[in-house]
Design a protein around this ligand. Structure first.
Ligand SMILES: [Zn+2]
Length: 224
């Protein structure tokens, strides 16, 4: 049964074993020693986060390549769907190019509002969650990982736009070391002044109703 190739958009039963034909859209830095690879895979119906466990010793996948995945298991993490590759999973490279639903998109528009909790943040080194008072709800007391992120809304789009890490530094024109030294209020002010009502062209990908920025360009000649 697990050998019927399924659509990503149809995966909704936690614990179900499924087979998929996917393309690897993005690989992330593993957030834990037990993870071999994690990232986003897609077919023409949608995209989903995946995790491959180190102890399963599976074939490592490459960004942009297509694979047949047999016997992966549907899971949820932090309220979102994901697919786990474990010891029973078989990963086979396939010659055909699986069409992905999204990939990278370009969006142009004007930044409307900065969403709270933008700025200098601490993340959990295990799961990448944003920490509240340096406390992760799952991993409890952790050594926080510094990051900078900005979330905002656009006049032209209903999604939440997010820039993280290096791309957020570039967008704000400030290094994380300097952002860290600023009072929260001053940093918020800098973010507002730098971004609000400015017109940009963003390149990125959609993920769970958010739009994650991968590159950007400020659009000149805007009318005020
Ligand atoms: Zn955590």
């Amino acid at each position: 049964m697990a050998d019927d190739v399924r659509n990503i958009s149809d995966l909704n039963k936690k614990g179900e074993w499924v087979s998929l034909e996917i393309k690897v859209l993005k690989l992330w830095e593993p957030t834990s020693d037990s993870i071999s690879q994690s990232g986003v895979v897609a077919d023409d119906t949608g995209e989903i986060k995946f995790v491959s466990w180190k102890k399963s010793k599976l074939l490592e996948v490459e960004e942009g390549r297509s694979y047949l995945i047999n016997s992966a298991i549907v899971d949820t993490w932090n309220g979102n769907k994901q697919i786990n590759f474990n010891a029973r999973t078989k990963i086979t490279p396939i010659g055909k190019n699986v069409k992905s639903s999204s990939g990278s998109w370009d969006i142009e528009g004007t930044i409307k509002n900065i969403i709270p909790k933008s700025g200098y943040i601490h993340r959990c080194p295990e799961c990448n969650r944003v920490l509240v008072n340096d406390h992760c709800p799952v991993h409890v007391d952790v050594k926080p990982k510094e990051d900078i992120r900005v979330k905002w809304s656009m006049d032209s789009d209903s999604r939440i736009f997010i820039a993280n890490g290096k791309i957020a530094e570039k967008l704000l024109g400030i290094k994380i070391e300097n952002a860290k030294k600023m009072e929260e209020e001053d940093l918020n002010c800098l973010i507002q002044v730098k971004l609000i009502s400015k017109k940009y062209s963003f390149k990125g990908r959609e993920f769970e109703n958010n739009f994650i920025i991968e590159d950007f360009e400020q659009v000149e000649g805007q009318d005020d």
